[in-house]
Design a protein around this ligand. Structure first.
Ligand SMILES: [Zn+2]
Length: 275
């Protein structure tokens, strides 16, 4: 006579018991910022997204042109994702989304779109060093800002990104003679400082050589960077930034970002003239 339960044990697939924990983990949820969508196969899409922990993940988005899911998973949107991971195929798909921030205003202006594209390119290439709050706040801001506010917002975002990654050159002292900017210049913001790519630091006027490639930053430009570092985002948002210091910061920060990313940024190359 067969002992009770033997039949069911015999019909279970091998490894069934070991599979139980993995099966329990197949469905999962996370908050996510959708960075980009790429198409593969016959109209299927794959989303690249950032999580609050700073990790970059990919997941498929199935569905035809009229599917609700496909319509809701779009770049620059933040929401909660429901996902399913197939441990055998090692593939993940999005099964549902609850969009919390649509940011549709980004599509309404070329400058906004371009700023968002640059942000996404930086986050996509940053391998987890992008700060969830800083990135989301930047996208929230540009989706409702006019073009000039977007330009200033981009400067602040880029400097915050460099500060957060520890890639910001020191504006407090000369990278060559080591003199404290306070002592050398009396007032750190009363004189121009020159960023030297060779030193990866700022030089005082005495040390800056004419034959070097240098990025000058005038006192208002230095003051702006200092404010971004020391003041709250709401305090810096209202600070003015004139055309000339904006241009200096733009040149320097675009250079520093390209260097930090290990090469030219596609958005900067294709967006020439937009900012
Ligand atoms: Zn010096």
């Amino acid at each position: 006579m067969r002992p009770p339960g033997a039949r069911s044990r015999l019909t279970l697939p091998p490894g069934y018991r070991q599979n139980i924990p993995a099966m329990a983990n197949r469905s999962w949820t996370t908050d996510a910022l959708i960075l980009s969508l790429s198409t593969w196969g016959e109209g299927n899409r794959e989303a690249l997204f950032l999580t609050p922990e700073g990790s970059l993940q990919r997941a498929s988005v199935f569905g035809g042109a009229k599917s609700r899911l496909r319509a809701q998973v779009g770049p620059w949107q933040t929401g909660k994702l429901w996902l399913y991971t197939d441990p055998v195929k090692k593939s993940t798909k999005i099964t549902d989304i609850d969009v919390k921030a649509w940011r549709q205003g980004i599509r309404e202006s070329l400058v906004r779109t371009w700023c968002a594209s640059l942000c996404v390119e930086i986050v996509s290439k940053s391998h987890g060093s992008a700060d969830w709050r800083v990135v989301n706040a930047f996208l929230d801001g540009i989706s409702v800002s006019d073009d000039d506010e977007c330009r200033r917002g981009l400067i602040r975002f880029l400097w915050r990104y460099l500060l957060g990654s520890g890639l910001n050159p020191d504006t407090a002292r000369c990278g060559r003679c080591g003199a404290d900017a306070d002592r050398t210049l009396g007032d750190p913001f009363r004189s121009v400082l020159f960023y030297s790519p060779h030193e990866d630091g700022f030089l005082c006027p005495d040390c800056a050589r004419r034959e070097e490639r240098l990025f000058p930053l005038s006192p208002p430009a230095l003051l702006y960077l200092d404010a971004v570092e020391r003041l709250s985002p709401s305090e810096t948002r209202s600070l003015p930034l004139e055309r000339e210091p904006y241009g200096e910061l733009r040149s320097l920060l675009f250079f520093l970002l390209s260097r930090a990313m290990g090469g030219p940024l596609k958005t900067l190359e294709t967006g020439e003239g937009i900012l």
